[in-house]
Design a protein around this ligand. Structure first.
Ligand code: C5J
Length: 229
């Protein structure tokens, strides 16, 4: 499929709670917070005692999906959670919550935690954005809060989001709920989303597709790759 063909195509994708009608010309791949601080050994996530392998299993499937999306010219958008170096956009409640030994803005092995411009804040090399792919720097959990994501999507005629990223129950869920309220149809890809907590991975996805798809659909990346290619 090339880009011009994609403009008239609708593809039926196996998903829950029922099939998703993918229109590639109106869809974007949204990759949420695949940042070194969350996914890499030695990063912020691991320093909090989390098993990062539960997140790293998403890298292979997301990489394959990203390659397929790029090959057919599907719009790709990346997000990063983080804050200005002077922390002026960091609510004190977010800084102090949980009374952590290491918190946002503190020095760690990969620079200051979740601060823009630092190594740990950046996207993992396996999924690094290429020219033309917007990177949304977001101060909150939801990708629509205090960002220009909605404007970018609307200007590009996007109405469907294929959602990947971490963590399933936090930034993925929050973003899908925000997107749903703004009228986007979200298909969340279970093999491309990860949580440090297996029970939250399961429940985070179940909450999206419950009640006839109250926030969206849940599917898997191989179905999208097969459809696109
Ligand atoms: C968290 C995120 N879990 N990207 N951030 O704090 O989900």
């Amino acid at each position: 499929m090339n880009h011009s063909e994609s403009e008239t195509i609708m593809i039926i994708i196996d998903a829950e709670p029922y099939e998703f009608h993918l229109e590639p010309a109106r869809a974007a791949l949204l990759i949420i917070d695949m940042q070194r601080d969350f996914l890499e050994p030695g990063g912020f996530g691991e320093s909090l005692g989390n098993d990062v392998s539960l997140l790293r299993r998403t890298i292979g499937p997301t990489k394959a999906l990203l390659a397929a999306a790029r090959a057919v010219g599907l719009k790709v958008i990346h997000t990063r959670e983080g804050h200005r170096p002077d922390l002026s956009d960091l609510p004190i409640a977010k800084k102090l919550r949980g009374n952590p030994t290491l918190s946002i803005g503190d020095k760690s092995a990969m620079g200051r935690i979740l601060v823009r411009g630092e190594i740990g804040h950046d996207i993992i090399p396996e999924l690094y954005p290429i020219a033309g792919e917007p990177v949304i720097d977001k101060p909150g959990k939801g990708a629509f809060y205090a960002t220009d994501l909605d404007t970018i999507l609307k200007n590009a005629g996007v109405t469907q989001l294929l959602v990947c990223g971490v963590t399933t129950e936090v930034c993925v869920n929050t973003t899908v709920r925000e997107a749903n309220d703004r009228g986007y149809d979200c298909l969340v890809l279970d093999d491309c989303c990860g949580s440090y907590f297996p029970e939250f991975q399961e429940m985070g996805l179940r909450m999206i597709k419950a009640q006839g798809g109250i926030f969206g659909w849940v599917g898997s990346s191989p179905a999208i790759i097969a459809a696109l290619t």
